[in-house]
Design a protein around this ligand. Structure first.
Ligand SMILES: *Cc1c(COP(=O)(O)O)cnc(C)c1O
Length: 500
């Protein structure tokens, strides 16, 4: 039996370390807002690449607290509009309606399943205050066009990063941008080869990615200035400027070689991977800024099944805005700024010490886990071959159809929280895999606008979103899978024969 996701197996990978961390909290006698919380907030802010992280009770609260804080700060008011993808988990939309704001649903691309940037502008009105960008399925949904829109219309860019912890953004563009501070965007170098070297699924060649336009963008932007782009590895700009290859793949490989020496001096068990250009520590998979650091604020969920999962509910907000961070922290702590002083009407949404301690342990392995997911995904892309099954987000050069739109998902831009396939025989495919011992899930069977709780929208027609919900099937893709299991999934998917 191949489970869709066994949390027992996920925990077993670091069982003793997790138990020790939990035991330390239990024995400390301090269960809320203590050292473990402070440490995780520091670790996670550095990992994501923001100056602030505020822990809270779950991912939905993280989203809600951002909107609530903006309302308290006078940035948004009742009835203001927030643009959000129609194809998302309901929590994204609940956080908007819960705050008396109005969600404006925008269709996704079929090729990436992420929001279609060309449809955003027509959805903007004089009440629009924000775009809630959802990195659904663990795919980076950010595009330079979305950033341009936010700047042009003075919108807040808020990320729902619940499904994308550790995801990179290889598409960044730095051009006279307010959001884009070159300092914030420069990152440390990666070291993604070690893990690949040890797996037979991992062919380093297959793993290197197409030379996309990220280097082009760098070449033409002020980032291409050696001083601004300098990283702990030192000469990455030199590599870009002087390399005849000048491609993202080669750029990564050069950095990895560079990094091999510095890596040796770091004890692996102590290194929290982080996205911080001041860091001397080795980083896995962080040649690019990370999702969760791309906009004005981001919400993260550590629901147990997420790529970085707690042993219960947990969440966080990351931001570079000190005032917003302060307000989010206050709103999640009864609206208080100091003990028994309440300037705001808040709620209670805090990250407890046990969850924080567990998350600090698991954060150390997140890049490694994500890399294993990428290997599996790439194996699926290379080997699933079926006329009735469409693999969204397959490498961009393979996508030509105008219907598919722009596919801009590369390896750096996916952490495969979910590996979705689309088939018009979805239910039969799920049945077939079940009969052959393979667990699957549907993300999601009913789109938010067809749900009972949003009865007023049920008549809306959002055909691409509805199509995705009718055809989507998530096949197993996680770090606990063996090569044999991955091969078996491919065999059974390819062996599927729909009854017509
Ligand atoms: C899981 C999830 C949330 C909510 O997180 P919780 O911690 O379960 O509250 C929000 N948005 C998306 C896209 C999610 O997948």
């Amino acid at each position: 039996m191949i489970d869709y996701l066994s949390l027992q197996k996920v925990t077993a990978m670091h069982h003793d370390e997790i138990m020790d961390a939990v035991a330390r909290v239990v024995d400390s006698g301090w269960y809320l807002q203590g050292e473990a919380n402070e440490r995780f907030e520091t670790d996670y802010a550095r990992y994501i690449g923001t100056t602030h992280c505020v822990g809270c009770a779950n991912g939905l609260d993280a989203l809600m607290l951002i909107f609530r804080a903006y309302k308290e700060m006078g940035v948004m008011a009742d009835g203001d509009e927030v643009i959000v993808p129609a194809n998302t988990y309901i929590a994204s939309i609940l956080s908007i309606t819960d705050n008396g704001l109005k969600p404006v649903l925008v269709e996704p691309w079929v090729s990436t399943l992420e929001i279609n940037e060309t449809l955003i502008e027509e959805a903007i009105t004089d009440r629009t205050r924000a775009i809630l960008l959802v990195h659904l399925y663990g795919r980076n949904a950010w595009t330079p066009g979305i950033q341009d829109l936010c700047e042009r219309w003075h919108l807040k860019l808020i990320e729902d990063n619940a499904q994308a912890q550790g995801c990179g953004n290889s598409k960044f563009k730095i051009q006279n941008s307010k959001l884009a501070d070159a300092d914030e965007f420069s990152t440390s170098c990666g070291d993604s080869t070690d893990i690949m070297r040890h797996s037979k699924l991992a062919d380093a060649d297959e793993f290197s990615t197409p030379c996309g336009d990220s280097t082009d963008i760098m070449r033409h932007s002020k980032l291409a200035d050696a001083d601004e782009f300098s990283t702990p590895c030192g000469d990455s700009t030199d590599i870009i400027r002087h390399s005849k290859l000048a491609g993202a793949g080669e750029y990564a490989m050069e950095n990895i070689q560079d990094d091999a020496t510095s890596h040796a001096t770091q004890p692996a068990a102590e290194s929290i991977p982080q996205c911080n250009h001041n860091s001397q520590l080795s980083i896995l998979n962080c040649q690019f800024p990370r999702t969760g650091s791309l906009g004005h604020a981001a919400a993260h969920s550590f629901y147990p099944g997420k790529n970085l999962g707690a042993m219960g509910d947990a969440g966080a907000v990351t931001t570079n805005d000190a005032e917003l961070a302060r307000m989010v922290r206050a709103m999640g702590n009864y609206g208080s700024t100091e003990k028994y002083v309440f300037p705001y009407l808040g709620r209670n949404s805090r990250l407890d010490e046990i969850q924080a301690a567990v998350l600090s342990v698991k954060l150390k392995y997140l890049d490694e886990d994500n890399l294993r997911r990428k290997q599996i995904a790439n194996y699926y892309y290379a080997n699933i071959n079926h006329p009735d099954i469409y693999l969204p987000g397959k490498m961009e050069w393979e996508i030509a159809s105008p219907m598919a739109g722009r596919a801009d998902c590369r390896d750096e831009d996916c952490i495969y929280h979910i590996f979705p396939v689309l088939s018009s025989h979805r239910n039969q495919l799920q049945q077939h895999l079940r009969e052959h011992g393979i667990g699957t899930m549907i993300h999601y069977p009913i789109p938010p606008h067809k749900q009972h709780c949003y009865a007023g929208w049920n008549a809306l027609s959002l055909p691409i979103t509805e199509h995705i919900h009718q055809c989507e099937l998530s096949i197993p893709c996680n770090q606990t899978m063996t090569d044999g299991e991955v091969e078996e999934v491919v065999r059974q998917v390819n062996a599927f024969r729909p009854k017509r």
